[in-house]
Design a protein around this ligand. Structure first.
Ligand SMILES: Nc1ncnc2c1ncn2[C@@H]1O[C@H](COP(=O)(O)OP(=O)(O)OP(=O)(O)O)[C@@H](O)[C@H]1O
Length: 649
């Protein structure tokens, strides 16, 4: 991977910077830490808050979404109904000898990738001495792979999210995947549920879980939200909050953790009429880099750039609403500063999706750890509302008056009560319920039988012989027409689901670079909109006489809604700027002796290190425009006089 300016990306330096400047740090570190748990320090917490702020404006406010904040502790029954208790699992395999535990799909991926890499390396060594080659072959064990095996490995890797436990077990056997450190054999993969279980209340007989996603709370409140929205469809709810997953093997810093912030949208849409979106026209020209299901099935990872309009038209993306959100996700990621060249949308393969989903795309960001899913966007159909409604009896449905009443012709059953009651006595209810539950097709067939035989026989569970005979004096079946004035349906749900920690980390990687003229000077070029601090105020020396001016400027900036920090430290201006370049602070304002005389200040741009000098009013206005995004640095540099001062240490 390379940085924005095309130089090799150096993860070790970034990791060091993250810790040193307290972007984030392992939780409970002085107790030895717990893997997969992190605390955010001041710049990290502020960056996260700013990303969330943009998210709220971009999605919730822009689309009048109904934001909710639901309980994290979730009763067992809810997650049983949603399918999480039985299915929210990853596959783990254990090394009996060492007791080590691996996540099966990640292990297969890592082992095959490393074999491919060492195969490439060994080919590169073909001209070296025979002894050297032999040593290398022994070390890497599988170094010489023939072309068929290379192709097979590549195909497996392209579909790695697609395998179930049994298939992963077979792959491990076939390709001799073992404990990478000891070479020990592993037991076949078994499912491991990712939810943290707990009990609610003192009696410990009310089992519950920490929620693994925020979605369920939104589904359970559907009817109340629909009512709040004046029964108007479509509408979306949104929620920002912590979710918890007991990951088998947390790794890659913030990318796979056990507690993380999610921002999720549940957009409820009428399943009839092709799931159109009334604002689709606004986004249909937007180009997305799509990695389609078909390309992955062919074992490839080539993206196809395509406008979202074309992709929906060609039925590559299932429907307009899903396409609309994919485009909006891209716009959001670009706004916060994600590098568009490092963004792609990967379509899920059929058996990778939940069985009820009709289509699903992940927004993946390229990081030094490879492509990482940062936003999932799925069409979950009517699954969630249907299962909760069925389990609880709550009507999670939309009832709408029809513009024109619908004429419905249907088969109807009449029973002669005078004969029915005495004939079936205590079995009457169960017989009647069974008749009521007969489908239209069955009734049609029974009518033919009734006409022909003068009687019909139906199966009834739970009574003596399991069958009852009904003759034509007792039952009448006929077609009737009724007018339906209201329509009732269960909405489908399109769900964009954002993992804020993954986005935050990828954003940092995409904006991290090193000044070519001084390799120890790191910069993070956050756009002002998300930068933890927008402006650094730097008095030229530590004396007290700057204090009134600093106070006045700070107050003024605060009243303009611009977050600033003052650096009074006794080091050189250049050092102070460099420290803030590392924090991603986009602008610096210097107060010097000239400022005390004529109330002019200099303003420095982090990325170009260029400076301008102007009056207090002009500088404050420029800072406001720059942070609100109504002006760029180039605009300001044209408008205001340049100032030449080196960033000297
Ligand atoms: N363990 C985790 N750590 C950090 N973020 C996560 C984690 N699991 C999921 N997310 C984030 O939540 C989003 C939505 O969750 P979703 O259930 O779609 O993820 P997932 O498909 O289970 O992810 P993965 O396959 O990587 O485990 C993801 O796109 C990701 O950004």
């Amino acid at each position: 991977m390379t940085t924005k300016d095309g130089r090799p990306f150096d993860r070790a330096s970034l990791d060091y910077l993250m810790r040193r400047r307290l972007f984030y740090t392992p939780s409970f570190e002085i107790y030895g830490g717990v893997s997969g748990l992190y605390d955010y320090g001041p710049p990290g917490a502020s960056l996260q808050a700013n990303i969330i702020d943009v998210w709220r404006k971009h999605f919730v406010r822009e689309e009048d979404m109904l934001e909710v904040d639901c309980a994290i502790l979730t009763p067992h029954e809810v997650l049983m109904t949603s399918g999480h208790v039985d299915q929210f699992s990853d596959w783990l395999c254990k090394d009996l000898q060492t007791g080590e535990i691996f996540r099966a799909d990640h292990l297969v991926e890592e082992v095959l990738k490393s074999r491919l890499e060492s195969n490439l390396e060994s080919r590169g060594h073909q001209n070296e001495g025979e002894i050297e080659k032999e040593k290398k072959r022994k070390r890497t064990k599988t170094a010489r792979l023939n072309d068929d095996v290379v192709q097979e490995y590549q195909e497996i890797l392209a579909k790695i999210d697609n395998y179930n436990g049994e298939e992963l077990g077979l792959l491990m056997k076939k390709h001799d995947v073992r404990n990478p450190v000891t070479g020990g054999e592993l037991l076949p993969p078994v499912p491991f549920n990712l939810m943290f279980q707990t009990s609610i209340g003192p009696s410990s007989n009310a089992p519950g879980y920490l929620r693994p996603e925020t979605a369920q709370g939104q589904f359970l409140n559907f009817q109340k939200l629909l009512d709040f929205n004046n029964e108007t469809m479509p509408f979306a709810s949104a929620s920002i909050g912590k979710s918890f997953r007991n990951e088998i093997a947390p790794k890659s810093g913030l990318l796979r953790v056990r507690e993380f912030l999610m921002a999720e949208i549940e957009h409820f849409v009428d399943p009839e009429g092709g799931k159109k979106h009334h604002r689709f026209n606004e986004v249909k020209h937007i180009e997305l880099d799509l990695l389609t299901r078909d390309v992955q099935l062919a074992g490839k990872s080539r993206v196809q750039p395509m406008s979202v309009g074309r992709a929906v038209e060609a039925e590559i993306i299932d429907n307009e609403t899903l396409g609309y959100f994919l485009a909006r996700i891209q716009l959001f990621l670009e706004t916060i500063g994600v590098d568009k060249k490092k963004l792609r949308f990967r379509q899920h393969m059929r058996n990778e999706m939940a069985h009820y989903a009709t289509d699903c795309w992940d927004a993946e960001l390229l990081t030094s750890y490879g492509w990482v899913e940062c936003v999932g966007c799925a069409d979950r159909s009517a699954y969630d509302l249907s299962v909760h409604a069925k389990r609880t009896g709550a009507p999670l449905v939309v009832r709408e008056p029809r513009k024109e009443p619908l004429r419905i012709e249907e088969w109807h059953v009449d029973l002669d009560r005078k004969i029915f009651g005495p004939k079936f006595k205590k079995d009457g209810k169960v017989v009647e319920d069974t008749i009521k539950a007969l489908t239209q097709d069955t009734l049609k067939k029974l009518l033919i039988e009734l006409k022909k035989e003068g009687k019909i026989t139906i199966d009834v569970n739970g009574i003596g012989s399991g069958k009852v005979q009904l003759d034509k004096d007792l039952i009448n079946i006929e077609k009737r027409t009724r007018l339906e004035h209201r329509r009732e349906y269960i909405p489908n749900v399109i769900e964009p689901s954002f993992g804020i920690g993954r986005i935050l980390y990828a954003l940092i990687e995409h904006n991290f670079w090193v000044r070519p003229e001084n390799e120890s000077r790191y910069v993070i070029s956050f756009p002002p909109i998300v930068a933890p601090t927008k402006l650094l105020i730097v008095p030229i020396s530590t004396q007290d006489w700057w204090a009134p001016t600093v106070r006045r400027l700070s107050n003024k900036l605060r009243s303009l809604g611009i977050s600033s920090r003052v650096d009074y430290s006794a080091t050189s201006i250049g050092r102070r700027y460099a420290r803030n370049d590392e924090l991603g602070t986009p602008f610096g304002l210097t107060i010097d002796f000239q400022s005390l005389k004529d109330n002019t200040f200099t303003l420095r741009d982090r990325d170009t290190m260029r400076q301008v000098r102007a009056s207090e009013e002009e500088i404050c206005e420029a800072v406001r425009n720059l942070t609100e995004g109504t002006e760029t640095w180039q605009d300001v540099a044209i408008r205001l006089p340049a100032f030449e001062r080196q960033d000297v240490d």
